[in-house]
Design a protein around this ligand. Structure first.
Ligand SMILES: Cc1cc2nc3c(=O)[nH]c(=O)nc-3n(C[C@H](O)[C@H](O)[C@H](O)COP(=O)(O)OP(=O)(O)OC[C@H]3O[C@@H](n4cnc5c(N)ncnc54)[C@H](O)[C@@H]3O)c2cc1C
Length: 345
């Protein structure tokens, strides 16, 4: 393997790191540039939840099936990269659980009535911050603390320049900058795609309590298990970019989480991240149309769920391999016509 990168990934959220992990596993020398610190991926609850996301967002059968195929890539991805996947399913506690069971089964998910609600074994989860840390130290991936200021393409190579003047050069670049605005030097058409990404603020609040056995979801939000309690979330605040915690929201999230779990809980520091969403709610993954420039962007509220799928599509694009069947649905060059159903929770 060469000591200079053959792929530069800009951004170390779940999409950048999943792409880097897949590329490194295929033998590429990858350099990941990121200033460090919290991002949407580290704020996240880590649910890998095709069933509940399809139910809550009222997704079409095609969209639901794509999310399920994204989930199905997780066991091999987790096994290959030393990540722990929790296969404990999820419960929905909302009005009319019988109807919800019917909807989930029609979409191809397993679901059965349980207690006041329903249980599905089809939703899994991962501990997001631990998984990011693990994905940052994989063999073949060099992680460098850097804020990219601009990039340019000349003689078949991309040069990426950091704010403090360092430079990296490689034939391929993966742009995985989350909800950030377009970097100077991007081709105009790619900059337009990046600038069309909608920022969606998300806040969740941890509580210290007796941890639930599995993810609990309801109309007011969710409670996902952690080592010492639960994460209660999450807001979907379109157009908002403030990462300051909102303590009124936190109080509501704690009340909802405690109601779902039962018992008592003590609030921790809220976690806030800015998700990026494409106009149809699916990620933009793969070749951008500009030579050597690939995108791993805008997964809305399913970045963890779709991380391995995005990584595989990006790696296929860089290698010029026949892409996964789902690559066309995620292509940055697709026509954005069908807005995804929107939910508030
Ligand atoms: C509260 C909350 C809960 C969520 N829960 C879930 C969940 O349970 N399941 C799920 O699937 N998804 C969940 N999501 C959504 C998921 O977190 C996002 O879809 C995903 O994290 C987006 O990943 P990303 O890699 O695109 O962006 P990010 O994680 O934001 O990463 C982008 C990275 O790019 C870097 N960057 C930007 N500009 C530059 C630059 N100029 N130079 C270098 N680096 C740069 C940033 O520093 C950042 O690290 C949740 C999100 C939030 C906020």
């Amino acid at each position: 393997m060469s000591s200079s990168p053959n792929v530069i990934v800009i951004g170390a959220g779940v999409l950048g790191l999943s792409s880097a992990a897949e590329l490194a596993a295929r033998g590429h020398a990858v350099t990941v540039l990121d200033p460090g610190g919290p991002n949407a991926s580290s704020a996240a609850a880590g649910m890998i939840a095709p069933a509940m996301e399809s139910l809550i967002d009222g997704l079409s059968p095609d969209h639901a099936a794509l999310l399920k195929r994204g989930r199905d890539l997780w066991p091999a991805f987790a096994g290959q990269h030393g990540l722990t996947l929790h296969l404990d399913g999820a419960e929905w506690r909302g009005p009319d659980p019988d109807a919800a069971v019917v909807i989930l089964r029609r979409l191809g998910f397993a679901a059965e009535r349980a207690g006041e609600g329903l249980f599905t074994p089809d939703d899994w989860r991962i501990e997001a911050q631990g998984a990011l840390a693990q994905l940052s130290v994989l063999p073949g991936v060099a992680r460098v603390e850097a804020t990219v200021a601009r990039l340019f393409h000349a003689d078949g190579l991309w040069t990426v320049v950091s704010a403090d003047g360092r430079q990296w050069t490689a034939p391929a670049v993966v742009l995985a900058t989350g909800a950030a605005t377009a970097l100077p030097g991007l081709p105009e058409a790619v900059a337009a795609l990046v600038d069309a990404i909608e920022p969606i603020r998300g806040q969740l609040t941890p509580i210290v309590c007796a941890a639930p056995q599995r993810v609990l979801r309801g109309p007011g939000g969710y409670a996902t298990p952690t080592a010492d309690g639960a994460l209660c979330g999450a807001t979907m605040q379109s157009g908002e970019r403030s990462t300051d915690p909102d303590m009124e929201i936190a109080a509501r999230q704690v009340a909802n989480g405690v109601a779902l779990i039962g018992g008592e809980g003590q609030a921790g520091q809220p976690r806030v991240g800015i998700r990026g969403a494409s106009p149809d709610g699916l990620p933009m993954a793969g070749p951008s149309g500009a030579p050597g420039l690939h995108l791993a962007l805008a997964p809305r509220r399913n970045g963890w769920l779709l991380g391995p799928m995005v990584g595989a599509i990006v790696a296929d694009g860089i290698e010029g391999r026949a892409p996964l069947a789902d690559a066309s649905a995620l292509s940055p060059l697709r026509v954005f016509t069908q807005p995804a159903a929107r939910s508030a929770g």
